[in-house]
Ligand binder design. Sequence first.
Ligand code: AHR
Length: 315
Amino acid sequence: MRTSKLLGSLAAGALLLLAAGAASAQTIGFSQVGSESDWRTAFSADMKAEAQKRGIDLKFSDAQQKEENQLKAVRSFIAQKVDAIIIAPVVVTGWDQVLKEAQAAKIPVFIADRAVESDPSLFVTRIAADFNLEGRLAGAWLAQASKGNCNVVELQGTVGSAPAIERKKGFEAVTALFPNIKIVKSQSGDFTTSGGKEVMESFIKATDGLKGICAVWAHNDNMQLGAIQAMKEAGLHPGKDILMVSVDGVPDIFKAMLAGEDNASVELKSDIGKYIYDVVQGYLKGKRDYPKWVLIPSDLHTPADAAMVLKMKGG
Ligand code: AHR
């Protein structure tokens, strides 16, 4: 009799624990930009792996670089009554209405990676690197590598996206201090390898094989990798005759550095799921004193540390 009572209360306890466990499993909606670059793919993989580690039920939506897909995804997260929403926005504009809808539904929104231009009261915080600083680091590297004399061709990221806007501004803020550094051609390659290759092919044509050009500045590594392909196909020597600087620090750019075909990349960290979920879960537990921008640091890398960084990235 005593044993069956004990078993009964153990079973009840186990049921309570199960119920508590089920109640605490958080459902988080994540609207991701797409899979346009190696950096983005690594970031998505990290967000999924980190969610699994933490027992988060992650609703992942790939917007294929279209804001309209993101708006639909966020509205569906609201309808599903998720506990929190994370958005990595394609472009900076067009967010106010959907953010107001999430706020009305009392679902906290966290902006990750790219920024929005909306009223900051519509989201909890943004967890992201400083894109302007990345542009300034790239510009400073080029100023010293070219001794302040350089005609630059620029491969811009997606038009209207925070990294394209801020990296351009940051790069120009530094290079404007050097009267003999000029951006002579600039076009968007949409952050993709194929976009970078296509734009570089047109630059090569327009400048008769990059005559008088001293550097390629790309807003991300994938466009730079595309540019390297185009230059090699045209018989040019990227990284030797032309300085190459970009942003992201993906494994293939370090491989290009080690092959002598690239010179510098500012690393944008992709394993940032831990920082993002720390903030989201902290908020869901009641912590409220977050700054409006939780900053993730960025560093510049060159062939001098390429092998070490590549090893650290498991490449
Ligand atoms: O928002 C970050 C940028 O988006 C990365 O630099 C680029 O690779 C990606 O597409």
